[in-house]
Design a protein. Structure first.
Length: 83
């Protein structure tokens, strides 16, 4: 099993340099600021993994966490929230 932990940031701004939106500043929510994938080890009746994410300088963030079988895309379990 693999544990995925993603730190998400709100109100990320980017200046478009080319294309139909050139010169515009776009705002995005739930941008992945950091992502870790950790192998989980069996510990009795459950699996375990530890992950540490650096907190970015923004006061509002979100966290997305999901578990999947290693090498497969479909999540087995997922959760998330704002903090």
């Amino acid at each position: 099993m693999a544990l995925h932990v993603a730190l998400l940031g709100p109100d990320v701004q980017s200046r478009v340099k080319a294309g139909e939106n050139r010169g515009r500043e776009l705002r995005h929510d739930f941008v992945v600021l950091s992502h870790q994938e950790k192998s989980m080890s069996a510990a009795g009746d459950y699996f375990r993994a530890d992950a540490i994410l650096p907190l970015e300088g923004t006061p509002k963030n979100a966290l997305a966490i999901w578990v999947n079988e290693t090498g497969k895309l479909e999540p087995t379990q997922a959760t998330g929230g704002l903090f």
